[in-house]
Unconditional design. Sequence first.
Length: 410
Amino acid sequence: MQLRYSFRLYPSAGQRSALARAFGCARVVFNDALRVREEARAAGLPFVTSAELSKRLTAAKRTPERAWLGEVSAVVLQQSLRDLDTAYRNFFDGLKGKRPRMGAPRYKTKRDTRQSIRFTANAAWRITPGGKLRLPKIGDVKVKWSRTLPSVPSTVTVIKDSAGRYFASFVVETGPEEPLPQTTPEVGIDLGLGHFAVLSDGTKIDSPRFLRRAEKRLRKAQRELSRKQKGSKNRDKARTKVARAHAKVADARREFHHQLSTQLIRENQAIAVEDLAVKGLARTRLAKSVHDAGWSAFVSMLEYKAARYGRTFIRIGRFEPTSQVCSVCGVKDGPKPLHVRTWTCSACGAVLDRDINAAVNVAKAAGLAVSACGAQVRPGPVPAPRSEAGTHQELPTASPQWEQIGIPGL
Ligand SMILES: [Zn+2]
């Protein structure tokens, strides 16, 4: 399995300008190549191949206008051409319906918030015995190794984010899986809007305090920025502050996702989530909270950790109307407006919590053995008859006496 590991880099002033040059060159190569292809398309000529682009790049380096491309590692420039190919492939695959549709490749600008360059094995980059990252034509850059790499990576991507921070991102081939000891619980998760996540056992999980605090500071910085006069020095300062606060929120959120996904993987043998139609939701007013919550990042963490530690991960289709079906009797009750947090099933009388009910439905749709009891608000006062007391793990619908006995509140 391939995993991505990121570490903070602390380049010196000289290295920062070398990196700026490399980012700039990579961008120019990308844009030049994109222009060549766009012009060919406009002229009705065939698609310009990667080999042809590569040849043109070599030729361009010999011209006075592009001679400065020679100051940067050739591998970085070649990788920039690869990136363009990937952008085209994704675009074409989207047109063919092989993946979600995306826009045609676009020109990169200096103002792009994230700049990056990639060094492959050919670039002869390496980690020095002293623990620095040696990059060709840049130097030995200081790294904060916050985790150990499980194996030697073959490529490194150097990134500068909108807050002006530098990172080295390695793709590492991890060794064999490390299965955790088997356990029995199975859980369905509803990624709600009120809470970050709701589990089929009734647990509701909110964002931790450190994340909420970071978010609060970001909002404050944004408010301050909006009050500053356009074009003023103070506005520039405030903008940097917002970018930093943004970065802090992103870090805190990633940390929270890691903690929660690890905990869920440890405690459960099988995990089911709903394949979120984030794209669909993004068009609604909920868009902001959906994106902020970073669900897809969290779900992909669950997925790779499940694979790594020998757990079962199931994504159920979004066609399942998880919030419309009573998780106790299975009757489809029709859509309910978002403000309806609890309702009484018209068929079986169970009083259901919207989020937990959805989580139980997710688990059931995935074929997990979960009880629907958690979905109900305050179980009814009628105790279960002795013969039924041990069947909590079974789906109530599987027991015909259930309705006859008439204990909807169980
Ligand atoms: Zn019902």
